[in-house]
Design a protein around this ligand. Structure first.
Ligand code: PDD
Length: 277
């Protein structure tokens, strides 16, 4: 396989990371995960927009201009001959320098991007999943898609160890998002989700759900809800690039609604399906 780097396309075996890489030592970088269905990038422009915004927020420059990067990612796809469902992982780090917390004087960021096959989560999408609730212990700039993922890693690990698909995070009882997804609540036909403040990552699928709701005439409120509200929900669902739209049918030991994926969630799944084929 081939990997795109700041120096151009390399073979997988040629890519090595030095010990003193700021991404490794400080998590000093940003990333994106982009979906491919049948070898086609989904919402690539939106993901690249967010990549440049994340990079700007940490005063990091992305090695290529947006159109150049998009063209190189298309070349990467072609070189790897990707025709199946897959994901692109792309990260930009501040580069390799003698270890010191402050920025290096020189601007020499590193980039790598590779494509990996990834099947759709059909079972979870159809049947729904169980989630747990845990504390959001992250910093205040969660709108940046940064490489500092330790709180997310620990929350997801807790979910996995408790036999759940995802961990819903809360700050002082207010649901922010999932460890790697956005969370939505449906009550009396209205969809609620945490507003796109600095406390959450404004997911690309989240913005599409907002759009689908508009098109389908489903009321959509960017209004936070509490952990207490979860048990009273008619429906819950989560979204992310790797998960698309997945119904949540149980929170800890509480069954949500009928314990089956709800009608609103299913109509949004159908809209997602139409938009991505
Ligand atoms: N995670 N919130 C967090 C904290 C996330 O890490 C993600 C995505 C999302 C959903 O964003 P989007 O719809 O743009 O994928 C929300 C990616 C998939 C990951 O880290 O693997």
């Amino acid at each position: 396989p081939y990997v795109l780097t700041e120096r151009g396309v390399l073979r997988y075996e040629q890519v090595t990371y030095p010990m003193e890489e700021r991404g490794l030592q400080f998590g000093d970088g940003v990333y994106e995960v982009v979906r491919l269905y049948n070898g086609t990038y989904i919402w690539l422009e939106e993901h690249l927009d967010r990549l440049y915004r994340s990079a700007a927020a940490i005063r990091l420059s992305v090695p290529f201009a947006p159109e150049e990067l998009a063209a190189r990612l298309e070349e990467l796809r072609r070189l790897n001959d990707v025709h199946e469902d897959a994901i692109l992982y792309l990260q930009v780090t501040r580069g390799s320098f003698p270890r010191a917390h402050a920025f290096p004087a020189e601007n020499r960021p590193n980039l790598y991007a590779y494509i990996e096959p990834m099947a759709r989560k059909r079972n979870e999408m159809t049947r729904g999943v169980r989630v747990i609730v845990t504390k959001d212990v992250r910093w205040e700039y969660c709108y940046i898609k940064s490489l500092n993922l330790l709180p997310n890693v620990l929350a997801k690990q807790e979910a996995v160890e408790r036999g759940a698909f995802e961990a819903i995070l809360h700050r002082d009882g207010i649901v922010t998002e999932g460890s790697s997804s956005n969370i939505f609540l449906v009550k009396a036909g209205t969809v609620y989700t945490h507003p796109a403040t600095e406390r959450i990552l404004n997911g690309i699928v989240r913005t599409k759900v907002k759009q689908f709701c508009g098109e389908l005439g489903i009321p959509f409120m960017e209004e936070a809800f509490s952990v207490h509200d979860l048990a009273q929900a008619d429906e819950l669902f989560l979204t992310s690039t790797t998960s698309s739209i997945i119904p949540i049918i149980q929170v800890d030991d509480t069954t949500i609604g009928s314990g089956q994926p709800g009608a609103v969630t299913q109509s949004l799944q159908a809209a997602y399906q139409t938009a991505t084929q």
